[in-house]
Design a protein around this ligand. Structure first.
Ligand code: NAD
Length: 422
């Protein structure tokens, strides 16, 4: 069993510290960034369908708002804990700055297994959570979005609850809404599209053709499905995918659209899993998944999946981090030594928050863009950010992760300095 520190907050602190050290930054910068600016903990009592009452604990962390209002998702998961929420908000601060958005970092979560709740209970919990947060969130202050196990329907309930409290429409409160309900075209696909773009840019830098490249993915949810469709379109071979229930492996490659239909347009597949996809074999564990020889690996499930215990067996050229924090710092070192080019989460999954930003801008202006406009703006922002970070990596001789943190911390520090915080 590995003894490495898997506390996500301490990992985020170490990552920020490493970049501050590399920048020779004024110590006051780390002193401010090592803790979240504000954290709210709430208890949400829900009257369940059977008449009993259950209380759910929820959190919202606003890490730093030097660059703009806090922005970040809301997660529903039984393992949600305060340090995780804080770490995720710290990564959001960095991520928004990496792609140059006028946002700070926020994140929230509720300790719940939504699979155990009826739709009615889920709606009550979602409305109760936003009521409990009250004025802690607002379109000017802190703008939530979907994350693990939350979706546009949950965002719609939350927006509606907030509108009822305020007495007028506030579409800019929350992003990731349905397109028909003030959402943005291209938002659903945006994170996966960004993860694909990150891998594509990385492949170009190392002279790897995407056509025929073997891709292994962890998770087949919002992020990985859309990335898989784009890899497939580019002629890459999706040879392995593993989700919560098990995996699908086919060395000849799997058709991403067929896999998508098998999981999501198949009433018989009640667990929405890739397991049993025709022509594929199961993959017994995540360790076995990561050991599959490939050119591009996309971890897009949860954090701390690639650790010092399994990093040695990873056999890939590029990792595009669809998930937040999927690689531990110890594993990072091992992979760097192996020469794997890692596009860090703060860049590789920033497509989601970028189009969330577009959604918010459209909401505030009440003026909506075409899909082509959304995708073209997303492409430009991500390609420019990639180029800037890759160049910094080359010039400073650091990893892309450290380079990304350096770019972000530089921008945040400048604003904090001008504001007089430091
Ligand atoms: P999702 O709930 O849609 O999908 C998660 C996938 O991971 C599912 O296929 C699930 O079965 C799988 N999974 C869960 N636990 C697993 C395990 N132990 N082993 C293997 N697979 C497992 O979530 P998502 O929205 O795709 O988010 C995935 C990751 O991407 C998270 O880290 C999230 O924070 C990050 N992310 C998401 C977005 C977004 O816009 N959705 C944006 C940025 C970052």
């Amino acid at each position: 069993m590995s003894k490495e520190n898997l506390n996500p907050k301490e990992i985020a602190q170490a990552q920020i510290k490493a970049a501050c050290d590399q920048l020779n930054a004024d110590p006051s910068i780390y002193e401010v960034l090592k803790e979240p600016a504000k954290v709210m903990q709430v208890s949400v009592p829900v009257k369940m369908d059977d008449g009993s009452v259950r209380t759910f604990v929820g959190y919202r962390s606003q890490h730093n708002i030097a660059l703009g209002p806090a922005k970040g998702g809301l997660r529903y998961h039984p393992d949600v804990h305060l340090d995780e929420v804080i770490a995720l908000s710290m990564w959001m601060t960095i991520k928004c700055a990496v792609v140059g958005l006028p946002y700070g970092g926020g994140k929230g979560g509720v300790v719940v297994d939504p699979k155990e709740l009826s739709q009615n209970e889920l709606e009550k919990l979602s409305r109760g959570f936003i009521r409990a947060l009250g004025d802690f969130v607002s379109p000017q202050k802190d703008i939530p979005a979907p994350d693990v196990n939350t979706n546009p329907q949950i965002m719609a309930w939350m927006m509606d609850e907030y509108d009822q409290i305020k007495g007028f429409n506030n579409p800019g409160l929350i992003t990731g809404k349905q397109v028909q309900l003030y959402g943005s075209l291209g938002r659903t696909e945006a994170t996966g599209r960004g993860t694909f773009i990150a891998a594509r840019e990385a492949a170009e830098r190392i002279g790897l053709p995407l056509e025929g490249a073997r891709v292994v993915m962890q998770g087949f949810g919002n992020v990985s499905t859309y990335a898989a469709l784009l890899f497939h379109e580019a002629g890459s071979k999706i040879i392995a995918v593993r989700d919560y229930y098990g995996g699908a492996y086919n060395p000849d490659g799997m058709d991403a659209q067929e896999l998508y239909d098998y999981v999501y347009n198949n009433p018989e597949n009640t667990r929405k899993t890739v397991v049993g996809f025709p022509g594929s074999e199961d993959i017994e564990s995540n360790d076995a998944l990561f050991a599959i020889d490939c050119e591009i690996l996309v971890p897009a499930a949860l954090e701390n999946m690639i650790t010092s215990a399994n990093a040695h067996t990873v056999s890939t050229k590029i990792i595009s981090e669809g998930a937040n924090g999927p690689i531990t710092p110890e594993a990072d070192k091992i992979l760097e030594e192996k020469g794997v080019l890692i596009v860090p989460d703060v860049l590789a999954n920033a497509g989601g928050v970028t189009v969330s930003y577009f959604e918010w801008v459209q909401n505030l202006q009440n003026f909506y863009w075409t899909l082509e406009e959304v995708n073209a703006r997303l492409e430009r922002i991500l390609v420019d950010a990639f180029e800037e970070i890759y160049t910094m990596k080359e010039e400073k001789g650091v990893s892309m992760r450290v380079a990304a943190y350096m770019k972000a911390i530089d921008a945040i520090a400048y604003n904090m300095k001008m504001r007089g915080t430091i």
